[in-house]
Design a protein around this ligand. Structure first.
Ligand SMILES: *Cc1c(COP(=O)(O)O)cnc(C)c1O
Length: 232
């Protein structure tokens, strides 16, 4: 059985190889460890092996782990669907939110971000797979949404996030991630972040400009369906 440290080594070499193939500096791609459903001990092990950034999808689960791991200097990213009544806790307990897809949520995060914390880093989740995915704003709505969000205080719009329809076909992966990159470029805003690429498609995402790859399964192993918490 491979350990989390072994998995980190393997994922890091995949990132390195993909960056090299794309003639990119490997330091331009950061690894976000997606730890949803995994116990605090697994995150502790990953931190000991060099991971600093963790992505969580479920607020209550994340807050519990943050308490258990308060002795470690971890950076927390919220990457799951956001309900309005969860924005205050998200604004108070995370450094990044990758999954903003409507203005109301961004406004609440902006109002509720404590003034003694640095601005909350925001990505807009965009849906480039049409009907196949429910989350994310449409490419048509993106320009106005990005403009409005970029004006809000106490949050900083960093870029786009996408979860394309899963496919093993490299050409289809490339087309979806390229669409995200082109949308980002078309906004004419000073954005530096593309959050895209998961365990099965990180090579394609890096080829198309990903700056965060969000990796769960390849680091922590499969998530048992029985332990996946239902969305609160
Ligand atoms: C679960 C999840 C991931 C990680 O997916 P893997 O296929 O396990 O690497 C990445 N991003 C988001 C938004 C997720 O919910």
């Amino acid at each position: 059985m491979s350990t989390i440290a072994d998995n980190i080594t393997q994922v890091s070499s995949r990132i390195h190889a993909a960056a090299q193939a794309a003639h990119r500096d490997e330091h331009s791609v950061q690894l976000l460890a997606v730890s949803k459903t995994k116990p605090a001990e697994a995150l502790r092990e990953a931190h000991a092996a060099g991971i600093r950034d963790f992505g969580e999808n479920y607020l209550q689960e994340a807050l519990g782990k943050q308490l258990e791991l308060a002795d470690l200097p971890l950076i927390w990213h919220f990457i799951g669907p956001i309900q309005s009544n969860k924005t205050r806790a998200i604004a108070e307990h995370f450094a990044w939110v990758h999954s903003v897809d409507r203005l109301k949520i961004a406004q609440r995060l902006s109002e509720q971000r404590p003034s003694d914390l640095p601005p909350l880093n925001i990505c807009i989740q965009v849906n480039v797979s049409g009907e196949a995915s429910k989350s994310g704003c449409t490419p048509e709505d993106l320009p106005a949404l990005a403009q409005a969000i970029s004006q809000l205080p106490r949050i900083r719009l960093r870029g786009l996030m996408a979860i394309p329809e899963p496919t093993e076909n490299r050409a289809d992966q490339d087309a979806a991630f390229a669409a995200v990159q082109q949308l980002q470029a078309s906004l004419n805003l000073p954005l530096d972040t593309l959050s895209m690429g998961m365990s099965h498609d990180l090579e394609s995402a890096i080829a198309m400009g990903a700056t965060w790859v969000r990796i769960g399964t390849a680091l922590f192993g499969a998530r048992g369906s029985q332990q996946t918490p239902s969305q609160p």
